[in-house]
Design a protein around this ligand. Structure first.
Ligand code: CTP
Length: 417
């Protein structure tokens, strides 16, 4: 993924054991297309060498305010002038205290104060140091000053204690940096997403399910969060990690998904139904394991036929769209044939604002897809791409239509697409 293509980042390291994770982060930021200029405090050099960071980034590392390598001897200004952001990983207690007070006693603090770009910091420290009232005060003050504070997380610490203050993992910081650069098209909005398959039990060990991997729904949840929305994800069984910052509610059956969605729906501005919901559940599901061979009177055993009876599941999307004040509703249609006709029919039948059509062969399991959007005013094609890239384009299309709709008077907006 080239999420950070064209971005130039100053990666600042301060003195803390988590500095070893900065090496991994530098690598990942570049894998995603960023160029990385490392600046280290003197303290950081006790934990990881400048040689390591130079080898990983292919650029000389700056540590000293009086470094003469910049032609005008103005490293404290020049290094951040081309930067899209400064990212401090790890940020020590001392460094956060200096930032809170605008101190400039080394190259990195001076760079931060002299910057004209955003500043993101990932605190890393012992739990007592993080909990200290001065640190809490300083962290709040830098946040109030517009600094983006990433984490910290809670968990095992290098000192052997367990608690809050642990630095986020490099992949989490990467996700947060990527999210930071996405346009905040859904700021102030709440978005509810369903994803994955549902699983309808036959007995305690068997079930009817489908091939949905959940990748598209998870990508939509992530993209909506990146766009600034508060996101709740109601997920059927998948092996996927919850996107950062997203609240996830796990369900198994369509009826559980229906109940969870109906609890959440009216407090959301937008509902995106990506889940591949089973249309039926088994009426005569057994509460004990069905045996392949049922013993007959002689005890010999006889192969038994199995008859299942089905009852229809609630249509979750249609139920949300029928609420008195429904959120902006978006459905998916995965079809094997007649995509356009089926998608247009679903748009009308479910009375939703948008249907996202795709071919069933693309929809299940793959990492990429191609989508067509139907909104009652024509079709928009989103060309084949990675599912996260597509999800971001879809979120932009939804945000645009939601904004247009909210500009209409309330009575006109009802029932419109
Ligand atoms: N959907 C839903 N609840 C259901 C069935 C479907 O919320 N019980 C949602 C899906 O999440 C999707 C959209 O409705 O957003 C279309 O799903 P699909 O299975 O294609 O539609 P159906 O109405 O079940 O039509 P069919 O299976 O006949 O194609």
């Amino acid at each position: 993924m080239n999420d950070l293509a064209g971005k130039h980042l100053v990666l600042g390291l301060t003195g803390g054991i988590a500095a070893y994770k900065s090496a991994e982060l530098a690598r990942r930021l570049q894998d995603h297309g960023a160029t990385v200029q490392v600046v280290m405090t003197e303290g950081a050099t006790h934990f990881i060498t400048a040689v390591t960071m130079q080898a990983l980034t292919g650029r000389p590392v700056f540590c000293d305010q009086w470094d003469g390598r910049q032609p005008n001897n103005m490293a404290h200004i020049d290094l951040s002038r081309e930067a899209d952001a400064i990212v401090i990983v790890p940020a020590s207690t001392d460094f956060i205290a200096k930032l809170a007070n605008g101190l400039c006693d080394d190259l990195l603090t001076t760079l931060c104060v002299a910057r004209a770009c955003p500043l993101l910091v990932a605190p890393a420290m012992n739990l007592q140091m993080w909990a200290h009232p001065a640190t809490q005060r300083n962290a709040k003050r830098i946040a109030d000053d517009g600094v983006v504070v990433l984490g910290p997380a809670s968990g095992d610490q290098a000192c052997g204690e367990i608690g809050s203050g642990r630095m986020l993992e490099p992949h989490e910081i990467l996700d947060d940096v990527v999210a930071f650069f996405q346009p905040k098209l859904l700021a102030g909005r709440r978005v509810l997403v369903t994803a994955g398959p549902t699983r309808e039990p036959i007995d305690p060990v068997r079930a009817i399910t489908n091939h949905s991997s959940g990748k598209m729904g998870y990508a939509v949840a992530r993209a909506a969060h990146e766009a600034g929305a508060v996101v709740t994800l109601v997920s059927g069984p998948t092996g996927l990690a919850t996107p950062r910052g997203v609240v996830r509610i796990d369900v198994d059956t369509a009826r559980e998904m229906h109940a969870a969605v109906m609890r959440e729906a009216s407090s959301n501005d937008c509902f995106v139904a990506v889940a591949a919901v089973a249309d039926w559940h088994v009426l005569n599901a057994s509460d004990h394991k069905l045996k392949k061979v049922a013993p007959d009177d002689s005890g010999e055993g006889e192969v038994r036929g199995l008859e299942l009876r089905f009852a229809e599941n609630p249509d979750i999307l249609a139920a949300v769209a029928a609420l008195p004040k429904p959120p902006f509703c978006v459905g998916f249609a995965a079809e094997t044939e007649d995509l356009h006709a089926n998608a247009e029919a679903k748009l009308a039948r479910k009375r939703v604002q948008m249907i996202v059509g795709n071919h069933a062969t693309d929809a299940f399991g793959r990492d990429d897809n191609a989508l067509t959007l139907y909104d009652g005013h024509g079709r928009t094609t989103l060309e084949r791409a990675d599912k996260l890239v597509l999800a971001r384009r879809l979120v932009a299309a939804i945000a645009e239509r939601m904004a247009a709709r909210s500009r209409l008077p309330a009575t006109a907006a009802e029932g419109t697409r």
